[in-house]
Design a protein around this ligand. Structure first.
Ligand code: ZN
Length: 411
């Protein structure tokens, strides 16, 4: 568990309860008296807040400071319903830039670097966060924004950009374009700071290899400043997060119970210094774990693992929560498998059964591979499953996202 100065956490809670109309209402509705919160266990029994609730505060119900203190708003894209509008004070904007500069430093980026920024600018938090951190660090920002590959590549060569900030898909597109044009020897990129999407090891390896650069995952969400609240270090074993700005908890998404370090669950964030829109126990719906122990890099900032998925993708079998990212890890760690799989869950004779259907590469022995899957599953996730090994092509391919989980328990 993150070391936390309880007094600091309590003052963040008091601040939100006294100044945010959103929390005033939430705590009144739920009969919460924050004066009775005296221990970390008390804190862990406070109600969560969720994006769905934040939407109801549209447009400015989250604002916890007078109007003259607000210098900017950002907004998360709402595919359904109202967007969430997050106001910022000058201190909030500065805190975000400070954290982002720290991200660059953690990735070994200095004020001699030239940072080409391709995420978008505007209502959402991406581009401007990358830029503010860069300026805080004292490096040169090249704020190209998204798209316009022609201009990106021209500036990259002419200015000698050393750092690329991008989504994984755009980094991949640029790396392919660079190789197609045979201009890699004109490119001076050394590092990539890649944010905003979940991406696989294969894609990571391809971008790193094609561009000959070191990649760093950066994490963040609009509700909590934006990108820049956690990043890889040179060890690439999880992302350091800034515990002087946040309190992180990992909960069981089904029960809401706080989980011990090392266990995978949903990340819940409390902001410690946010003025204009403080958040207490905010459910991110992102699945990760707190990595126990100190990082070999020597940083004292704690770490979370890479985001392995969203809570909406979670399945519960035999009382154990299972996430798609864990299944993909198993697929990768058993030799002789393709990347395709299906999960079939049923309920027979009073208990859950789970069968994993996989494809075995030519030349590999199906029984051996199936036994490997069963053993690895038991070792990593802790439950006994069955495995059905098929030939390559035995599972359907789809242009769209394939349906992989078939749960027949409700029928
Ligand atoms: Zn580290």
């Amino acid at each position: 568990m993150q070391n936390i100065d309880f007094a600091e956490l309590k003052s963040a809670l008091d601040y939100a309860a006294n100044n945010s109309s959103f929390y005033k209402k939430l705590y009144a509705e739920q009969n919460v008296n924050v004066d009775t919160v005296k221990t970390i266990e008390d804190f862990q029994s406070l109600p969560f807040s969720d994006k769905y609730d934040l939407r109801n505060a549209y447009p400015l119900g989250l604002q916890a400071v007078p109007d003259e203190k607000v210098v900017r708003i950002h907004s998360s894209s709402g595919t359904t319903g109202n967007p969430v509008i997050i106001p910022y004070t000058a201190n909030d904007v500065d805190a975000w830039a400070t954290m982002f500069a720290r991200c660059y430093e953690t990735a070994g980026i200095t004020n001699l670097d030239r940072i080409q920024i391709t995420p978008g600018y505007g209502l959402w938090t991406a581009g401007i966060g990358f830029q503010a951190g860069c300026e805080k660090l004292g490096a040169m920002a090249i704020p190209v924004g998204p798209g316009n590959t022609e201009k990106q590549l021209q500036l990259m060569q002419d200015l000698g950009s050393t750092v690329l900030c991008a989504t994984s898909s755009y980094a991949l597109l640029l790396s392919e374009e660079i190789n197609k044009r045979g201009i890699r020897d004109k490119i001076k990129l050394k590092k990539g700071v890649i944010g905003s999407e979940r991406w696989g090891d294969l894609m990571r390896a391809r971008i790193a290899e094609d561009l000959g650069i070191e990649l760093f995952d950066i994490y963040g969400l609009t509700e909590i400043y934006g990108p820049g609240i956690a990043i890889d270090c040179e060890c690439h074993d999880g992302m350091h997060y800034w515990d002087d700005y946040f309190y992180f908890e990992i909960i069981d998404p089904a029960t809401g119970k706080v989980l011990p370090d090392g266990e995978v669950g949903e990340l819940v964030i409390t902001t410690l210094k946010k003025e204009a829109a403080p958040l207490i126990r905010y459910r991110t719906h992102d699945l990760t774990r707190i990595i126990p122990g100190k990082c070999p890099c020597g940083s004292s900032y704690p770490r979370i693992d890479r985001i392995i998925g969203r809570t909406d993708d979670m399945i519960k079998v035999k009382g154990v929560n299972i996430f798609p990212g864990q299944i993909e890890d198993i697929i990768k760690s058993v030799p002789g498998l393709s990347s395709e799989y299906q999960i079939v869950i049923a309920h027979t004779d009073g208990k859950d059964t789970m069968t994993m259907r996989v494809e075995v590469e030519p030349g590999a022995d199906k029984d051996t591979v199936a036994a490997g899957v069963i053993t690895t599953f038991k070792a990593k996730i802790g439950i006994k499953i069955d495995c059905e090994a098929l030939d390559i092509g035995g599972l359907p391919r789809s242009e769209k996202k394939s349906k992989r989980v078939f749960d027949y328990r409700e029928d």
